[in-house]
Design a protein around this ligand. Structure first.
Ligand SMILES: *Cc1c(COP(=O)(O)O)cnc(C)c1O
Length: 404
């Protein structure tokens, strides 16, 4: 692939018009949109309006002028991105909190089943929260096994299979429908974490008959740092599952101020406390970017971007740990290198922002809405050069920062 080849691909790029809708600095190639999506240009004005007009002048009246319904309204906007009906998704809390609520609810759903099965090497918060959740339910336990042993780990004690759909390190993608069917065949529920999937790959929870799903909005959805996460509960389960964090915002009548908890109908019962309106406002503006996005075209461009970096990595002699089949991966590419941390830092110093995942992974996010083929080609050139020249050996690049 030459620079001209990359430019030729940009010429027919269906997403060329999206780039100007993001406020990306000109001197970086941003390959970390799978960790913190960049700022959509529409966000600052929206935040200013919420702060100055809605909060500043409308004050508490704003709760009745659109704030109180924000969790449901944003859920309805995320629903099409995961193939859900509009009222099966709610926004609020963090992915970690949604995981806790969903795991405990699944364990309480069928007390004859006591085990939560998950994958070794799953994203840490998923395993940490699962550990905390089983400790809250008498008799419950967490069984963590390697991917190859997952199918055999399902049995008549399995209450829940907890999987992250696209692996945060390798980008390996589970077959959504096949694993959901496998969990159901064992009589278990399934809870998918879509943090590295939503906005990256096409999802259809309805067709796959998924029970529960959670996901992040500050990665591929560009909602902003700490933007609230979403929870999906299949309509057939909504009345049968109870939120263990029974806060007032999930009450049937929060402003009746009753002593006893009575859950709201539908997804509203999954709310806990007051919705974070500022984070929701930036997410709302960011979600406008998904109007008119064809997920098949997005996947095709992601595959083309992947091919550019796969070639550069191979030229540099790096081992790619991401699947070669686009159907079996998400939208990032990872390379293994003994000094991946220094390599990541050396690339950042050259304006190519990716990230490092302990202990030896260089991870580069491929976000088709705002990356051009030429951007990614330039990143590939830097990767070749940093490895060929040994530039990463500069001791300055070995200094570990708090956030990698
Ligand atoms: C990013 C990510 C999270 C983040 O959880 P927070 O509670 O929002 O910090 C959770 N799970 C997975 C798989 C992730 O990739």
């Amino acid at each position: 692939m030459t620079r001209d080849d990359a430019r030729a691909l940009d010429f027919t790029d269906p997403f060329a018009a999206w780039r100007d809708r993001f406020a990306l600095p000109g001197d970086v190639v941003y390959l970390d949109g799978n960790s913190l999506g960049p700022l959509p240009r529409a966000v600052p004005a929206r935040l200013a309006d919420v702060a100055e007009r809605q909060w500043g002048t409308r004050l508490i009246r704003s709760w009745n002028e659109g704030w109180i319904d924000a969790p449901q309204r944003l859920g309805a906007r995320i629903a099409p991105l995961i193939g859900a009906v509009a009222d099966a998704v709610i926004v609020g809390d963090t992915t970690s909190t949604h995981l806790f609520k969903a795991i405990v609810a699944a364990l309480r759903h069928d007390p004859s089943r006591r085990t939560v099965v998950s994958e070794a090497g799953n994203f840490p918060t998923d395993l940490h929260v699962a550990e905390g959740a089983v400790a809250c339910v008498p008799g419950a336990r967490l069984h963590v096994v390697e991917r190859a042993a997952l199918a055999d780990a399902l049995d008549d004690d399995t209450a829940l299979l907890l999987l992250t759909h696209v692996h945060y390190k390798t980008a390996e993608r589970f077959d959504l429908a096949a694993w959901t069917a496998r969990a159901h065949a064992a009589g278990a529920l399934i809870l998918w974490d879509f943090s590295h999937s939503v906005g990256a790959v096409a999802l259809d929870v309805t067709a796959a008959d998924v029970d529960l799903a959670v996901g992040c909005t500050y990665k591929y959805l560009n909602g902003g740092p700490g933007a609230p996460a979403f929870l999906y509960v299949a309509p057939r389960l909504q009345d049968a599952l109870a939120n263990p964090v029974s806060g007032w915002m999930g009450h049937a009548e929060p402003f009746a101020f009753q002593d006893a908890y009575r859950p709201a109908a539908g997804m509203t019962r999954w709310l806990v406390g007051t919705p974070p309106i500022l984070g929701m406002a930036s997410l709302d503006a960011a979600l406008d970017l998904w109007a008119g996005v064809d997920m098949a075209a997005l996947a095709a461009k992601s595959a083309a971007l992947f091919a550019i970096l796969a070639e550069a990595g191979a030229d540099a002699g790096l081992a790619c740990v991401s699947p070669t089949d686009p159907e079996r991966r998400g939208s990032h590419i990872s390379f293994r290198h003994a000094d991946a941390y220094a390599l990541t830092q050396a690339l950042i110093a050259r304006g190519v922002i990716g990230d490092f995942r302990d202990p030896d992974i260089l991870r580069l996010g491929l976000t088709p809405l705002y990356l051009s083929h030429e951007d990614v080609w330039r990143a590939g050139e830097q990767l070749r050069e940093v490895v060929a020249t040994g530039a990463w050996r500069d001791p300055a690049f070995a200094q570990r920062l708090a956030v990698t």
